[in-house]
Design a protein around this ligand. Structure first.
Ligand SMILES: NC(=O)c1ccc[n+]([C@@H]2O[C@H](COP(=O)([O-])OP(=O)(O)OC[C@H]3O[C@@H](n4cnc5c(N)ncnc54)[C@H](OP(=O)(O)O)[C@@H]3O)[C@@H](O)[C@H]2O)c1
Length: 342
């Protein structure tokens, strides 16, 4: 039986990708620097974790802009998958796999509260635990089921439809019998939405008249909008909602900065007349539910009912441009950087 654990080394030095300067908008390679520090020893209640796979997630744009979350000179605040090298925590053993706030570095000293999931016996390949079974996948699962569960006869619109969150939303909604329409930024991603994730249709929001496209795709309006972009795409989608529709506000990828707060079209009358509900969701409010969600999603994944894609590259320096790639939409799937060995 495979343990899914890749080979890894345990060097004395800890390589870190630190924030060198406060980014303006999306963090770029030039905002980061690599440094090497001595590996530290964990204290009571702490774990020493060897990081294996670094993750880059859109939420890091906010973390990088916030001095309280990522001080200049500190390792970039980040989620990652690692293996416990030394444990002073009674519920977590040496050799266990963990996923959480490990930062962009070879080693992290963390406590239980820094972890989103503890995976003593991985049932799936490790990269999945940062994607479909990680923060983005669990977000899709919980937000959709909690706020607006799809069902037969309902129509759902999904933005960033081909991404990690979007691809899980699309698959769950399709399996529930809903009519699923995706919005994404390239023709390749449209093809993937339809042929791989089961969307009924997908459209490129960068080309054509989005309002006309949505009206033609669902003349009677959408019952659910799972929104990962906000901005003008949301402004347009609100006007394509059916009466009593529900909007899940999950992401705001289309707005590069909230300071100063952006202004735009006023849509409150659309919300009033269409009697819409608009609900926000923050995954970090639901950490206690990760284990159960992961178990249920792993069952689907192993039964072949949930497909997922990861793009894994090697080498710690590669992580510094992944956020730029994400916000340019040039990521083909969940990108991870393996750093267990050079
Ligand atoms: N609320 C929560 O707790 C929570 C948790 C996890 C993720 N999220 C949010 O969910 C969204 C998707 O996350 P993910 O991890 O699955 O990332 P992802 O979809 O794999 O990558 C981000 C995607 O955003 C799209 N995008 C980038 N800039 C854009 C712009 N200016 N306008 C419109 N679309 C743009 C691009 O897709 P296209 O090529 O299709 O344009 C890009 O590939 C993000 O907004 C993220 O912040 C929220």
């Amino acid at each position: 039986m495979t343990t899914h654990i890749p080979p890894f080394s345990t060097p004395e030095k800890n390589r870190q990708i630190v924030l060198a300067k406060r980014p303006e908008g999306t963090p770029r390679t030039s905002d980061f620097e690599r440094k090497e520090v001595a590996r530290e020893a964990p204290g009571p209640g702490q774990l020493l974790v060897r990081t294996l796979y670094l993750s880059a997630d859109p939420v890091q744009r906010g973390w990088a802009s916030n001095p309280a979350l990522t001080p200049i000179g500190a390792p970039m605040r980040a989620l990652a998958i690692g293996i416990v090298i030394e444990s002073h925590e009674s519920t977590i053993a040496q050799g266990d796999i963990v996923y959480g706030f490990l930062g962009w570095q070879d080693y992290a000293i963390v406590t239980r509260v820094d972890l989103l999931s503890h995976i003593p016996t991985p049932r799936a390949p490790l990269p999945a635990y940062a994607g479909v079974l990680g923060m983005p996948g669990v977000t899709a699962w919980l937000a959709l089921h909690d706020i607006a569960p799809p069902s037969e006869g309902k129509a759902i619109l999904v933005s960033t439809a081909a991404g990690t969150v979007g691809s899980v939303v699309g698959q769950i909604a399709r399996q529930a019998g809903a009519h699923v329409v995706g919005l994404t930024g390239s023709d390749d991603k449209i093809t993937r939405c339809v042929s791989r994730y089961g969307y009924d249709a997908a459209f490129n929001y960068k080309t054509g008249d989005l309002a006309a496209t949505l009206a033609a795709a669902r003349p009677e309006g959408f019952d659910i909008y799972f929104d990962n972009t906000g901005g003008w795409i949301l402004d347009t989608a609100i006007r394509a909602m059916a009466k009593n529709g529900r909007i899940i506000q999950c992401g705001t990828a289309a707005t590069s900065s909230w300071n100063p707060p952006p202004t735009g079209l006023r849509n409150e009358r659309e919300i009033l007349m269409r009697t819409l509900s608009w609900t926000g969701f923050v995954i970090f409010d639901h950490v206690a539910r990760f284990g159960d969600a992961i178990d249920r999603m792993t069952d689907l994944l192993l039964a072949g009912k949930l497909v997922h894609d990861e793009d894994v590259e090697n080498g710690i320096d590669k992580i510094t441009n992944v956020l730029e790639e994400l916000f340019a939409g040039s990521n083909s799937s969940k990108k991870l950087i393996y750093i267990g060995e050079d």
